[in-house]
Design a protein around this ligand. Structure first.
Ligand code: UDP
Ligand code: MG
Length: 175
């Protein structure tokens, strides 16, 4: 049987506020490092309602979106945890490799050795606090990376850009 062709991919990884509350940053990055991918962008982000609505556009009309935002923004945990860590990873089959290490969306259904299976829970409001976000397709990875990162925050030119003048300075924007 011929091996499926490997695809060079990018993926957005977010350590959600519960990962920070539970002091899991090092642990999760170590687990992800087993996939032999490279980090090409990294930052701390405070998640606005607008960013959350764009990121979770497929969920923004759900009745639980307010509770989801409360969780994803970290507001549920207090000011100290109102932040997430965002990363862009690059490498062969990056999307499926990270999804596999992350585990199923529902932490109760996730394999216990995955990140979500080991550290996730369902909170009192019924929201799946599952510690990590990772893109689920090349299309969503592209949309998510465009949403979360500016071109000059990523160490390599991964998608087309254009030069624009902002405050009399030339800067790069996604084309
Ligand atoms: N979520 C939830 N309940 C649901 C669906 C989603 O709490 O019924 C939350 C959960 O934190 C999940 C996120 O919303 O990770 C995004 O949902 P999606 O279906 O995109 O799952 P993912 O891509 O994160 O596995
Ligand atoms: Mg998703």
């Amino acid at each position: 049987m011929s091996k499926a062709t490997k695809k060079h991919q990018y993926t957005l990884v977010i350590l959600k506020p519960d990962a920070l509350v539970k002091s899991l940053t090092g642990n999760i990055l170590t687990r992800l490092s087993e996939a032999r991918l490279r980090i090409i962008g990294a930052k701390v982000v405070r998640v606005s309602r607008e960013l959350a609505e764009k990121h979770y556009a497929h969920l923004k009309d759900e009745p639980f979106f307010d509770d989801l935002y409360n969780y994803f923004s970290g507001k549920a945990y207090g000011r100290k945890y109102e932040r997430v860590l965002a990363f862009v990873y690059e490498g062969e089959d990056a999307i499926s490799k990270v999804r596999k290490i992350a585990g199923a969306t529902n932490p109760l259904e996730a394999d216990p050795i995955t990140i979500r299976g080991a550290y996730g829970r369902i909170n009192k409001k019924g929201i799946m606090e599952n510690v990590i976000h990772c893109s689920d397709s090349e299309e969503s990875a592209k949309d998510e990376i465009h949403l979360w990162f500016d071109p000059d925050e990523i160490i390599e030119a991964i998608y087309p850009t254009k030069k624009v003048i902002r405050n009399k300075c030339e800067v790069l924007e996604w084309a």
